[in-house]
Write a protein that binds this ligand. Structure first.
Ligand SMILES: Nc1nc2c(ncn2[C@@H]2O[C@H](COP(=O)(O)OP(=O)(O)O)[C@@H](O)[C@H]2O)c(=O)[nH]1
Ligand SMILES: [Mg+2]
Length: 445
């Protein structure tokens, strides 16, 4: 009695000492978190800007050999940690990039000391077009360099990109932005060179106007890709933050079996609602403080009995969590007939999930025990006569060793909390073990 009261008190420690702010998930392995995954390069040096020299008083482009050497393509570190979304670069709206570039380019003055008006004008025109091209291409290059390759993301974040944007959209938008950059560079160079070859002041003026107009039109036409990228970055950045260091208990089961109710009950404070862009349904994430240690407890969207290819994004999110995040699992079974998924369907889903993710630390719970009567529930659509022994047992008791609990009457809740404590302590040891293995491997390298 005393023991259980002590435990309850521990669960009620206010989460003031919690380190995490928003929604976060745990991580399995402390895999080099200190490394910057997508280092920012000073790619301004790489810009294909044209250099000019004065030949016979004219402003002409110099050959490539005199230009700054190209930096080798950057080597991207494979992402072994989560958090790439928070490091995505800020993308400027395409109109802002364009107007800022036009403003800066128009301020560029001709090289001092050119007395001839025609020469001065073509010098000014070529320099302004070059400046415009550079001002537009530099930010686009930044995006290309700093948005990570999907294949270099942590697998969990890779799944989120797919669920949020659909397959291939991320690459498509990045590809369009880069294609626009290449066009800007080539059209900018072409017109700067035409301008530099003008014979009269008037011709140079006209070629400058024409070049600027062409680049502006092209940017207006194809700049939507930049705005799409801006929205992608905004969406991904707003995704719940994953914290792989904090042991997490993840509630899994069919819809309406009582997962969210249990998250609320197990959380020390008020759980937060995590919003994923591909669903309007919030997912609860609670914090638990036990013996001065921080843990997390989270919902997952309910799983239905169907094949993976028929699963909706919410179900896929559950599978992504189980596949890629090192959570301990609290599997919830509702045998009362209340949740809408028959016990036999729940049994099928359970067996499949247990087989696939049985390497997680695991605890089974039969929920809503206040509603359970002596005779097991059989849905009208089910054929009870075909029940095999295993299923008949499941209908009565759930899986072997399952705890019976009720959020309504609090039956079994003290025992559940104590088992959850044990499970999370083991999960914590598991994470520490991974980390020390990783350190050993690092030392051996
Ligand atoms: N009688 C009873 N109802 C419960 C219990 N736990 C949850 N419920 C109800 O079951 C429904 C679904 O619960 P919820 O936690 O939202 O399920 P989830 O979809 O798995 O997150 C809600 O109406 C809850 O009030 C329980 O222990 N006893
Ligand atoms: Mg729920």
């Amino acid at each position: 009695m005393n023991g259980s009261r002590g435990l309850l008190q521990l669960w009620q420690i206010p989460p003031s000492s919690l380190l995490f702010g928003g929604c976060s998930f745990p991580r399995a392995v402390n895999l080099v978190p200190s490394k910057v995954m997508h280092p920012t390069l000073c790619f301004c040096q790489q810009m294909q800007t044209t250099a000019y020299e004065i030949v016979n008083g004219s402003y002409v482009p110099v050959k490539d050999t005199k230009q700054a050497p190209k930096i080798k393509d950057k080597e991207v570190m494979p992402a072994e940690a989560v958090g790439a979304f928070q490091k995505l670069p800020m993308v400027m709206p395409s109109v802002d990039i364009l107007y800022s570039a036009l403003r800066k380019a128009k301020r560029v003055s001709p090289t001092k000391g050119i007395a001839n008006v025609a020469k001065r004008e073509r010098n000014r025109g070529a320099k302004q077009l070059d400046a415009l091209m550079k001002e537009l291409a530099v930010p686009l290059r930044t995006y290309k360099e700093n948005f990570p390759n999907r294949k270099d993301l942590h697998p969990y974040e890779r799944s989120l990109v797919e669920l949020t944007l659909g397959d291939g959209n991320y690459e498509e938008v990045l590809g369009k932005v880069d294609a626009l950059r290449k066009k800007v560079v080539s059209v900018g160079k072409e017109h700067a060179s035409l301008c530099a070859k003008s014979l009269t002041k008037r011709e140079a003026e006209e070629r400058l106007i024409e070049g600027m107009k062409k680049i502006e039109e092209m940017f207006n036409r194809e700049g939507k890709a930049i705005d799409d990228l801006l929205n992608i970055a905004k969406t991904l950045r707003a995704m719940p933050v994953v914290n792989l260091e904090t042991p997490t208990l993840c509630l899994v089961g069919a819809p309406n079996v009582g997962k969210s109710s249990l998250v609320r009950l197990l959380s020390t404070g008020k759980p937060e609602v995590c919003n994923y862009p591909f669903t309007t349904r919030g997912i609860l994430m609670g914090h638990i403080t036990l013996s001065y240690q921080n843990f997390q407890v989270t919902d997952t969207p309910g799983l239905l009995r169907r094949h993976d290819e028929d699963r909706n994004n919410l179900e896929k999110l559950t599978l992504a969590v189980l596949s890629h995040l090192p959570t301990a699992v609290l599997y919830v079974h509702d045998l009362s007939g209340e949740c809408g998924t028959s016990p036999s369907d729940q049994f099928v889903i359970y067996k499949e999930i247990k087989e696939r993710f049985g390497d997680h630390l695991w605890l089974d719970v039969v929920s809503k025990c206040d509603l359970l009567s002596d005779s097991p529930v059989v849905f009208i659509t089910e054929d009870s006569s075909a029940d095999d022994f295993e299923l008949a047992k499941y209908r009565r008791m759930g899986p072997d060793g399952a705890l019976r609990v009720s959020v309504k009457t609090e039956a079994g809740i003290a025992q559940l909390k104590s088992r959850v404590h044990e499970l999370l302590t083991s999960q914590s040891a598991k994470i520490k073990g991974w980390n020390s293995n990783e350190e050993t491997l690092e030392a051996l390298r």
